[in-house]
Design a binder for this molecule. Structure first.
Ligand code: AGP
Length: 595
């Protein structure tokens, strides 16, 4: 997944595009580039590395009011200068940036570009060269774009500058996210609203198979047959200060600290005028009418889904199972008679999850999404939507979205049950406990230094809900500190993996559930006897004097909310101690919009 931003208007584009790209770096940051139309030529500046490096190589004497930029997470070809975007056609007529994967790239090369020597290893350059071929053979540019769209298999968000149509910019979309920002005397293209929100908060959504002709005063959307589509704009509820780091050294630390506020915001947003928790009756009906709930997600959202499963089964009394999206698509289980699909996705753009949505919609099953991004693909393509109200999550490592997902799942489970749980009170207590945990950062800094600074591996162990917390804890630690970490069922360790425990191996035990308290403490003894250095995170009412991190007494079923803070901060300080890039870890991207 990559980030795209484009501008056509009356102002110089350079800073607008560079700032937009900086807001999209979370989508990928192997390499970056910018194209500036100077009225005669399209000047391209691009290289491996971050936007900060791109700023150093641009010729600021180039004046331009039409341009576009790209920040890349490599899918085809190494992250280097040649493979970075923008790409140009052979005669430099077309300049293109692309997010997605052209799955039939080889077939298209074979069919149309046999005698063309391509400069790069990318599928994007293939698109540029084919556009050039079609127009050289006489096709008008929008016909050539439609022709190209009909030939491509796969996902794309394309922005195109044609130097022979210097008053226009073109865009086309299929599966990959792309928004059009509507301005006054200018218009923009962006992979998401954040890239454009400093200039406009009015946007057009695009559906798959649509393309757009954009001038500084007009936006015209067409379907693949060239038929004009009438579409209203929508206002994004975003403002630019939400996106700034403020006094924080990293977005991740800011977003960890925002969690208590987010829980309180969720309570407010899901409360009716009488102070009762509210949930769309259609969603409650869908849950009650289903005989099994299938939760579909990836990564951290998958870990939140595991907690959701526990809630649906223990509170709502509804069977539930959780699937990693990329597995479910190709290894689909036998489904129940009346399944309900719940998609959990912070970005609402995860291609693996969307692929499942496409499949189950074809089968006619009901779908709900929990997402943080209004207007995202999953938001637009599911039957019902529940927003996380977490505010923009910029750090690649998900924190506040994770706890927001758990809070919203608890609301769904309770509202679809006949249980008399004062969830507003319980969530409020959880928010206060999380706040107290956020205030004891020195503890986590010291523990990370003492236990994690030298190690090459680490284990989180837990049972029951704590096991699900350990899986998320392991992902947090490994994805930002690069310490090989496993989240392990504490009772399972002795069936083989305990062979890896040696003198000094850090083991972090999570104990919040009364029923498994003594069992996990036995497992702590087993690993300690083999030399492990143990940190114990426990809930206050079942804590032992030796436990280093004690959570306040939240309701037992909401302990994943409280436990999230120490596991996130241990990861943060371990990564900080190692000098890792906390907000943009290597090889990662915030929203994985390729399968
Ligand atoms: C979590 O820290 C990671 N950034 C990653 O696992 C993420 O949760 C996953 O890619 C799913 O993203 P989504 O919630 O936007 O679908």
């Amino acid at each position: 997944m990559c980030g795209i931003v484009g501008y056509i208007g009356t102002e110089d584009v350079k800073e607008t595009i560079l700032k937009g790209l900086e807001r999209l770096e979370y989508r990928g940051y192997d390499s970056a580039g910018i194209a500036l139309f100077d009225g005669d030529q399209v000047r391209v500046f691009k290289d491996e590395g971050r936007i900060a490096h791109l700023r150093d190589i641009i010729d600021y004497d180039v004046k331009s009011t039409l341009g576009m930029g790209h920040t890349r997470w490599a899918t085809h070809g190494k992250p280097n200068k040649i493979n970075s975007h923008p790409h140009q056609s052979i005669e430099k007529r077309f300049t293109i940036v692309h997010n997605g994967i052209i799955e039939n790239e080889e077939e298209l090369k074979e069919r149309y570009l046999k005698n063309i020597k391509l400069e790069s290893e990318t599928d994007t350059e293939v698109v540029a060269q084919i556009l050039s071929k079609f127009t050289t053979e006489g096709e008008e540019v929008t016909l050539a774009i439609r022709h190209l769209m009909s030939e491509i298999e796969g996902s794309y968000a394309l922005a195109i500058i044609d130097k022979y149509n210097k008053e226009k910019m073109y865009a086309a979309k299929n599966k990959s996210p792309l928004l059009i920002g509507k301005g006054d005397g200018f218009n923009m293209i962006g992979s998401d609203a954040m890239a454009m929100v400093s200039h406009t908060n009015e946007f057009y959504e695009l559906d798959d198979g649509e393309y757009v002709e954009i001038t500084k005063d007009k936006v015209e959307i067409f379907n693949i047959y060239g038929v004009k589509v009438n579409r209203d704009t929508y206002k994004a509820e975003l403002d630019s200060e939400d996106i700034e780091k403020g006094t924080y050294p990293h977005y991740m630390l800011k977003e960890i600290d925002e969690q208590p506020f987010v829980i309180r915001r969720i309570i407010a947003e899901y409360q009716d005028e009488n102070g009762e928790l509210k949930l769309d009756q259609d969603i409650i009906n869908k849950i009650k009418n289903s005989d099994r709930i299938y939760i579909i997600a990836c990564g951290t959202s998958y870990h939140a889904g595991l907690v959701g499963k526990y809630y649906f089964e223990s509170i709502t009394g509804k069977p539930a199972e959780v699937h990693v999206s990329s597995e479910f698509v190709y290894n689909t289980p036998i489904l129940s008679e009346k399944p309900l699909f719940i998609f959990i996705s912070q970005s609402g753009e995860t291609a693996d999850s969307r692929a499942v949505l496409v499949k189950v919609k074809k089968l006619g099953y009901p779908t709900i999404t929990l997402t943080n991004v209004k207007g995202s693909t999953l938001y637009r393509e599911t039957d019902n939507q529940l927003l996380l109200y977490a505010g923009p999550e910029i750090a690649v490592a998900s924190t506040k979205a994770y706890t927001a997902q758990i809070a919203v799942l608890s609301i769904i489970a309770v509202k679809a049950s006949n249980k008399d749980i004062d969830l507003i009170k319980e969530l409020s207590i959880a928010a206060s406990v999380m706040e107290a945990l956020c205030d004891s950062k020195d503890l986590y800094k010291d523990l990370a230094k003492e236990y994690l600074s030298e190690t090459r591996n680490c284990f989180y162990i837990g049972r029951h809900l704590d096991y699900y917390v350990c899986m998320e804890a392991a992902l947090k630690l490994k994805e930002i500190s690069y310490i090989q970490t496993e989240g392990f069922a504490a009772g399972e360790l002795k069936h083989g993996t305990i062979a890896l425990i040696e003198e000094g191996t850090p083991v972090i035990a999570v104990i919040t559930q009364e029923i498994i308290n003594l069992n996990t403490r036995s497992n702590i003894k087993e690993v300690s006897a083999r030399g492990a250095n143990v940190i114990t995170i426990s809930r206050k009412s079942i804590s032992a004097k030796s436990d280093q991190i004690v959570l306040g007494d939240v309701n037992e079923f909401l302990t994943p909310l409280a436990a999230a803070v120490p596991i996130q901060l241990l990861a943060y300080y371990a990564a900080l101690d190692r000098g890792c890039d906390i907000d943009k870890p290597r090889n990662l991207a915030k929203s994985v919009t390729v399968e």
